[in-house]
Design a protein around this ligand. Structure first.
Ligand SMILES: [Zn+2]
Length: 490
C-alpha cells in the first residue's frame, strides 16, 4: 500500500488529467489509503471510460501521464540533481520516463481499438515482466524459440519480443500466419528445430496439425507457451498430443495471461497434469491485483472466484487504476507459496473467462435465455473426435423477427460416425448449457479455418454472431471477412 500511495502522489495524480479530476471530485486523499479495504474508495475504471465522448473528445488521452513542466522543475531544484548531473541529464531522464515511444491496442469486441502508450520506462517494465514470464515457464538461454504471435501493435507480440532480447535467448518472430503463412512458419520450424513455440492456441494447433500432416519432426520441442486468447484444458491436451506425434513426447503446455491495459503478462508455472495448474505468478512490485464480485464490485477473499481488477504500481504512459478487466477467474488469488516452484508471489488460480461472452438467445418466441459462451469452449475442447469448431448464431430464415438458431460447425478428426457424434455433441450442449444446437455441420479443416479466419485475422472467431444488429466480431480487421463468410455459410 505504501508503494501505491507513493505512486499515486508522485506520479499519477499530478500528471493524469482523468485521475487528478476523479480524486478531487470524490475527495480521495491518497495518504489515507492504508489497507486493502481502503482501495474501494477509488472508483473502478471500465472499458466504458474509454468510449468517445459526445463532444467528440478522445477520453483515452486523459489516461496518459503528461508531466507538468512547472511541477517537474520544482522537483528538480529540491532534489538538486540538476547541479550534480547537469540539466541535460535530468531532462533526458524525464524524457525516458514520460515520452511515449510504443503503442499497443486492444482487439476486444468494442467497436474502437483502445491505444495504450509506453514510454522508455514502460518498456523497461515490459522487459522485466517478459523476463519473469520466461523464468516462470522454466526457459533457459540455450533454448531456441519461435514467436508465432501475429505481428501487430498487440501486447502478446511485443512482450515476447522484449522478453527474448532481455532474457538473452534466441527468438525468431515469424509474425504469425498473416506475415509468413502456414508454409513459412512450418519452414522456419523445420530449420530452427525450436525448443519453445509461443503463440495463440488456435494458430499453434493449426501449425502443428499441418506439421504432422507434412511428416515434420520437432524432437527438441519442450514447451508450448500460449497467449492472446483462452486455452482450455482440451486444446492443451490436443497440443500435447500433436507434439508427441512430432517426436516430442514430453512438452509443457503453459498459458500466459495479460491484457493491453496491464502492459504486462503473467505466466503459468509448469505443473503436474494430475495435480492441476498452480496458476499464474503475478508480480506485486509492478501491479496490484484484486478479485471482486462481478455483480456488486465488492472485494473477494483469499481464493474466492470473481472478476480480475488491475492497478499498476510503476507504469507511465497510459495508466488505468482499479481497471475492471471483464475477466472472471473461477479459482481466485492465492498468497501461499507455489506447490511446484516455491515462489512466494501471489498466484491467479483457475480458468479465466470473459464476462462479456454471455449473450442472450431467443430460443423460442416468448423469452430470451442467457448463454455463457465461455463455458462452451470448455465443453467443446474436451470432446474426443472433435478438432477445431465454430458456433454460429443466426436468425431462422435470416428473418429478424424469427427465433435464433445455433449452428455448430465441427471438424471431425477420425472415422467416428458423424450421426453419433452429432447426437453426442447435442447431448453435451443440453447437459452443460441447457440448449441444443439446431444443427451440427461437419466440415474439412480448411473450411473451418476459413470460417475462423485462422492466419488471416488477429483473433480466430470461435463464436460468430450473424444475427442482425449483433456485436461486431473480435477486431475491426475481421468485420469484412466475417460478413463475407456469412454469405456462403448456408
Ligand atoms: Zn510456481
Amino acid at each position: 500500500m505504501a508503494r501505491l500511495r507513493r505512486y499515486l502522489t508522485d506520479t499519477v495524480l499530478p500528471f493524469s488529467s482523468h485521475y487528478g479530476a476523479l480524486f478531487r471530485r470524490h475527495h480521495i486523499d491518497p495518504a489515507r489509503l492504508r489497507t486493502p479495504e481502503d482501495l474501494s474508495q477509488i472508483p473502478f475504471t471500465t472499458k466504458l471510460d474509454f468510449a468517445p465522448n459526445e463532444d467528440k473528445s478522445d477520453p483515452v488521452r486523459d489516461f496518459v501521464l503528461i508531466p507538468d513542466r512547472a511541477i517537474l522543475s520544482k522537483r528538480l531544484s529540491t532534489i538538486g540533481r540538476a547541479l550534480l548531473h547537469g540539466r541535460q541529464a535530468v531532462a533526458d531522464g524525464f524524457e525516458r520516463e514520460y515520452r511515449p515511444l510504443l503503442m499497443t491496442s486492444t482487439t476486444g469486441r468494442s467497436a474502437e481499438p483502445v491505444p495504450f502508450l509506453y514510454t522508455a520506462h514502460d518498456i523497461e517494465n515490459l522487459k522485466l515482466g517478459g523476463t519473469r514470464v520466461m523464468e516462470v515457464c522454466g526457459s533457459t538461454r540455450e533454448m531456441r524459440m519461435i514467436n508465432m504471435f501475429p505481428f501487430a501493435p498487440h501486447l502478446a507480440f511485443w512482450i515476447t519480443h522484449y522478453a527474448g532480447t532481455e532474457f538473452g535467448v534466441f527468438v525468431v518472430s515469424t509474425g504469425g500466419g498473416k506475415v509468413l503463412g502456414t508454409e513459412g512458419n512450418l519452414r522456419l520450424s523445420k530449420k530452427i528445430k525450436p525448443d519453445v513455440l509461443i503463440g495463440m492456441p488456435t494458430f499453434l494447433y493449426h501449425v502443428l496439425t499441418e506439421a504432422v500432416r507434412d511428416g515434420l519432426e520437432l524432437p527438441s520441442l519442450k514447451k508450448i507457451v500460449l497467449g492472446g486468447e483462452k486455452a482450455p484444458t482440451g486444446i492443451r491436451r490436443k497440443l500435447r498430443a500433436l507434439a508427441a506425434q512430432l517426436g516430442a513426447p514430453k512438452v509443457d503446455v503453459l498459458r500466459t495471461y495479460g491484457f493491453t491495459e496491464a502492459k504486462l503478462a503473467w505466466a503459468e508455472c509448469p505443473f503436474d497434469e494430475d495435480a492441476g495448474s498452480a496458476g499464474y505468478h503475478v508480480h506485486p512490485d509492478l501491479a496490484l491485483l484484486e478479485i471482486v464480485d462481478p455483480a456488486t464490485g465488492a472485494p473477494r477473499g483469499e481464493g474466492e472466484p470473481g472478476e480480475i481488477v488491475f492497478t499498476p504500481l510503476n507504469a507511465r504512459g497510459s495508466v488505468v487504476l482499479r481497471y475492471r478487466t471483464g475477466d472472471c477467474i473461477d479459482g481466485g488469488l492465492f498468497h501461499e507459496p507455489c506447490p511446484f516452484c516455491g515462489r512466494i508471489v501471489p498466484r491467479l488460480v483457475g480458468e479465466i473467462s470473459r464476462r462479456s461472452d454471455v449473450r442472450e438467445l431467443r430460443i423460442d418466441k416468448l423469452k430470451g435465455t442467457l448463454v455463457d459462451f465461455n463455458h462452451l469452449e470448455h465443453v467443446l475442447d474436451n470432446v474426443e473426435h472433435v478438432g477445431t469448431w465454430q458456433v454460429e448464431l443466426r436468425k431462422r430464415h435470416d428473418d429478424p423477427l424469427e427465433c435464433d438458431e445455433l449452428i455448430l460447425h465441427v471438424e471431425k478428426t477420425d472415422e467416428f460416425d458423424p450421426t453419433r457424434l452429432a447426437a453426442l455433441l447435442s447431448d453435451r450442449f443440453v447437459r452443460e448449457l441447457e440448449i441444443h444446437p439446431n444443427r451440427v455441420e461437419f466440415h474439412s479443416v480448411e473450411e473451418l479455418r476459413n470460417k475462423q479466419g485462422v492466419g488471416a485475422q488477429l483473433k480466430e472467431q470461435r463464436v460468430v454472431d450473424h444475427r442482425p444488429g449483433a456485436p461486431s466480431p473480435a477486431s475491426p480487421a475481421s468485420s469484412p471477412q466475417g460478413k463475407a463468410v456469412s454469405g456462403n455459410t448456408l
